[in-house]
Design a protein around this ligand. Structure first.
Ligand SMILES: [Zn+2]
Length: 208
Protein backbone atom coordinates (compact mmCIF):
# COMPACT_ATOMS: atom_id res chain seq x y z
CA UNK A 1 0.00 0.00 0.00
CA UNK A 2 2.82 2.33 0.99
CA UNK A 3 4.58 1.54 -2.30
CA UNK A 4 1.47 2.37 -4.34
CA UNK A 5 1.10 5.67 -2.44
CA UNK A 6 4.77 6.49 -3.06
CA UNK A 7 4.39 5.79 -6.82
CA UNK A 8 1.27 7.96 -7.02
CA UNK A 9 3.05 10.83 -5.21
CA UNK A 10 6.08 10.52 -7.51
CA UNK A 11 3.93 10.52 -10.64
CA UNK A 12 1.99 13.53 -9.39
CA UNK A 13 5.20 15.43 -8.58
CA UNK A 14 6.67 14.53 -11.95
CA UNK A 15 3.51 15.83 -13.66
CA UNK A 16 3.60 19.10 -11.70
CA UNK A 17 7.32 19.59 -12.42
CA UNK A 18 6.96 18.85 -16.13
CA UNK A 19 4.07 21.34 -16.34
CA UNK A 20 6.09 24.00 -14.51
CA UNK A 21 9.18 23.58 -16.60
CA UNK A 22 7.49 24.29 -19.93
CA UNK A 23 9.18 27.61 -20.61
CA UNK A 24 7.10 30.11 -22.45
CA UNK A 25 8.54 31.01 -25.86
CA UNK A 26 9.68 34.59 -26.26
CA UNK A 27 10.75 34.97 -22.63
CA UNK A 28 14.53 35.11 -22.88
CA UNK A 29 15.35 34.53 -19.21
CA UNK A 30 12.46 32.23 -18.48
CA UNK A 31 14.69 29.24 -17.71
CA UNK A 32 16.99 31.30 -15.50
CA UNK A 33 14.14 32.87 -13.57
CA UNK A 34 12.54 29.45 -13.12
CA UNK A 35 15.64 28.18 -11.30
CA UNK A 36 15.91 31.40 -9.30
CA UNK A 37 12.35 30.91 -8.08
CA UNK A 38 12.99 27.22 -7.39
CA UNK A 39 16.43 27.04 -5.73
CA UNK A 40 15.68 23.56 -4.39
CA UNK A 41 15.57 22.20 -7.92
CA UNK A 42 18.16 19.50 -8.40
CA UNK A 43 21.30 19.63 -10.52
CA UNK A 44 19.87 16.64 -12.35
CA UNK A 45 16.89 18.69 -13.48
CA UNK A 46 19.19 21.51 -14.59
CA UNK A 47 21.25 19.04 -16.59
CA UNK A 48 18.12 17.50 -18.10
CA UNK A 49 17.21 20.85 -19.56
CA UNK A 50 20.73 21.92 -20.47
CA UNK A 51 20.98 23.36 -23.95
CA UNK A 52 23.84 22.70 -26.37
CA UNK A 53 24.72 25.53 -28.74
CA UNK A 54 27.12 25.58 -31.68
CA UNK A 55 28.33 28.75 -33.37
CA UNK A 56 30.22 28.98 -36.67
CA UNK A 57 32.32 32.00 -37.63
CA UNK A 58 34.35 32.94 -40.67
CA UNK A 59 36.70 35.76 -41.53
CA UNK A 60 39.28 36.54 -44.19
CA UNK A 61 41.86 39.26 -44.81
CA UNK A 62 44.17 39.92 -47.72
CA UNK A 63 47.89 40.46 -47.20
CA UNK A 64 49.29 43.98 -47.30
CA UNK A 65 52.39 43.62 -49.47
CA UNK A 66 53.16 47.35 -49.53
CA UNK A 67 56.71 48.10 -48.36
CA UNK A 68 57.68 49.99 -45.21
CA UNK A 69 54.88 48.71 -42.98
CA UNK A 70 55.75 48.11 -39.36
CA UNK A 71 52.52 46.22 -38.73
CA UNK A 72 53.02 42.62 -37.58
CA UNK A 73 51.23 39.50 -38.75
CA UNK A 74 49.25 38.28 -35.72
CA UNK A 75 47.22 35.06 -35.75
CA UNK A 76 45.46 33.77 -32.65
CA UNK A 77 47.46 36.26 -30.58
CA UNK A 78 50.78 34.82 -31.86
CA UNK A 79 53.19 37.13 -33.67
CA UNK A 80 54.68 35.80 -36.91
CA UNK A 81 57.96 37.68 -37.24
CA UNK A 82 59.28 38.56 -40.68
CA UNK A 83 55.93 38.00 -42.43
CA UNK A 84 53.77 40.40 -44.40
CA UNK A 85 50.87 41.73 -42.28
CA UNK A 86 47.20 41.39 -43.10
CA UNK A 87 45.30 44.41 -44.37
CA UNK A 88 42.75 46.02 -42.02
CA UNK A 89 42.13 48.80 -39.52
CA UNK A 90 42.75 46.63 -36.47
CA UNK A 91 45.63 44.22 -35.83
CA UNK A 92 43.80 42.04 -38.41
CA UNK A 93 44.01 38.89 -36.28
CA UNK A 94 41.82 36.88 -38.63
CA UNK A 95 41.82 33.86 -36.29
CA UNK A 96 40.38 35.84 -33.37
CA UNK A 97 37.94 37.58 -35.72
CA UNK A 98 36.52 34.26 -36.90
CA UNK A 99 36.28 33.19 -33.26
CA UNK A 100 34.41 36.39 -32.40
CA UNK A 101 31.95 35.65 -35.21
CA UNK A 102 31.47 32.08 -33.94
CA UNK A 103 30.69 33.41 -30.45
CA UNK A 104 28.25 35.88 -32.01
CA UNK A 105 26.65 32.85 -33.66
CA UNK A 106 25.82 31.66 -30.14
CA UNK A 107 24.96 34.96 -28.47
CA UNK A 108 23.18 36.47 -31.50
CA UNK A 109 25.02 39.72 -30.68
CA UNK A 110 27.29 40.75 -33.54
CA UNK A 111 30.56 42.38 -32.49
CA UNK A 112 32.58 42.61 -35.70
CA UNK A 113 31.16 45.47 -37.70
CA UNK A 114 29.56 48.31 -35.79
CA UNK A 115 30.88 47.52 -32.27
CA UNK A 116 34.45 46.63 -33.30
CA UNK A 117 34.57 49.58 -35.72
CA UNK A 118 33.55 51.88 -32.86
CA UNK A 119 36.26 50.41 -30.60
CA UNK A 120 38.84 50.63 -33.37
CA UNK A 121 38.06 53.90 -35.12
CA UNK A 122 36.68 55.97 -32.23
CA UNK A 123 38.61 54.58 -29.25
CA UNK A 124 41.74 53.51 -31.10
CA UNK A 125 41.58 49.92 -29.81
CA UNK A 126 43.19 47.71 -32.46
CA UNK A 127 43.81 44.65 -30.26
CA UNK A 128 41.42 41.92 -31.44
CA UNK A 129 41.56 40.32 -27.99
CA UNK A 130 39.41 43.23 -26.78
CA UNK A 131 36.78 42.40 -29.45
CA UNK A 132 36.79 38.79 -28.27
CA UNK A 133 36.29 39.83 -24.65
CA UNK A 134 33.43 42.06 -25.79
CA UNK A 135 31.77 39.10 -27.55
CA UNK A 136 32.15 36.94 -24.41
CA UNK A 137 30.19 39.48 -22.34
CA UNK A 138 26.98 38.24 -23.96
CA UNK A 139 27.47 34.52 -23.29
CA UNK A 140 25.16 34.62 -20.25
CA UNK A 141 24.76 31.14 -18.75
CA UNK A 142 26.37 29.49 -21.78
CA UNK A 143 29.88 28.14 -21.18
CA UNK A 144 32.27 27.48 -24.05
CA UNK A 145 33.50 23.89 -23.84
CA UNK A 146 35.24 23.38 -27.18
CA UNK A 147 36.67 25.34 -30.11
CA UNK A 148 37.70 24.04 -33.52
CA UNK A 149 39.60 26.34 -35.88
CA UNK A 150 40.49 25.73 -39.52
CA UNK A 151 42.98 28.03 -41.26
CA UNK A 152 43.48 28.20 -45.03
CA UNK A 153 46.56 29.90 -46.40
CA UNK A 154 49.61 29.26 -48.51
CA UNK A 155 51.80 31.47 -46.33
CA UNK A 156 53.06 31.59 -43.55
CA UNK A 157 53.65 28.09 -42.16
CA UNK A 158 51.09 27.73 -39.40
CA UNK A 159 52.01 24.40 -37.74
CA UNK A 160 54.98 25.61 -35.63
CA UNK A 161 52.82 28.33 -34.08
CA UNK A 162 49.79 26.17 -33.29
CA UNK A 163 50.84 25.41 -29.66
CA UNK A 164 51.27 29.14 -28.94
CA UNK A 165 47.92 29.99 -30.56
CA UNK A 166 46.16 27.27 -28.55
CA UNK A 167 47.79 28.60 -25.37
CA UNK A 168 46.64 32.17 -26.07
CA UNK A 169 43.09 31.17 -26.93
CA UNK A 170 42.93 28.90 -23.88
CA UNK A 171 43.75 31.88 -21.65
CA UNK A 172 41.28 34.16 -23.42
CA UNK A 173 38.39 31.71 -23.21
CA UNK A 174 39.28 30.16 -19.86
CA UNK A 175 39.15 26.59 -21.18
CA UNK A 176 41.89 23.92 -21.30
CA UNK A 177 44.25 23.82 -24.29
CA UNK A 178 43.08 20.30 -25.14
CA UNK A 179 39.64 21.77 -25.85
CA UNK A 180 41.04 23.92 -28.67
CA UNK A 181 41.80 22.25 -31.98
CA UNK A 182 43.57 24.15 -34.76
CA UNK A 183 44.22 22.79 -38.23
CA UNK A 184 45.82 24.46 -41.24
CA UNK A 185 45.72 23.73 -44.95
CA UNK A 186 46.80 25.24 -48.24
CA UNK A 187 43.72 23.77 -49.88
CA UNK A 188 46.01 22.65 -52.70
CA UNK A 189 46.04 26.23 -53.99
CA UNK A 190 42.46 26.04 -55.24
CA UNK A 191 41.47 29.41 -53.72
CA UNK A 192 43.10 32.85 -53.49
CA UNK A 193 43.98 32.01 -49.87
CA UNK A 194 45.76 28.86 -50.94
CA UNK A 195 47.52 30.90 -53.64
CA UNK A 196 48.97 33.33 -51.04
CA UNK A 197 46.71 36.38 -51.44
CA UNK A 198 45.40 36.26 -47.89
CA UNK A 199 44.21 34.08 -45.04
CA UNK A 200 40.77 32.58 -44.42
CA UNK A 201 39.67 31.09 -41.11
CA UNK A 202 36.62 29.13 -39.98
CA UNK A 203 35.87 28.65 -36.28
CA UNK A 204 33.35 26.42 -34.63
CA UNK A 205 32.46 27.03 -30.99
CA UNK A 206 30.49 24.59 -28.82
CA UNK A 207 28.83 25.85 -25.65
CA UNK A 208 26.53 24.34 -23.03
ZN1 LIG B 1 38.61 40.51 -39.71
Amino acid sequence: MALICAIIIMLTLNYIISKNIQYKPGKVNNKESFYRRNPAFTTFEKRRHCCLKVGIGQDSHRFDFSPGKDKKLILGGAIFDGCFPLDGNSDSDVVLHSLVNAISGITCVNILGETADKLCLEEGITDSQVYLKEALKYMGDNKIVHVSISIECQYPKISPKIPEMRRNISKLLGIPENCIGITATTGEGLTEFGRGKGIQVFSCVTAI
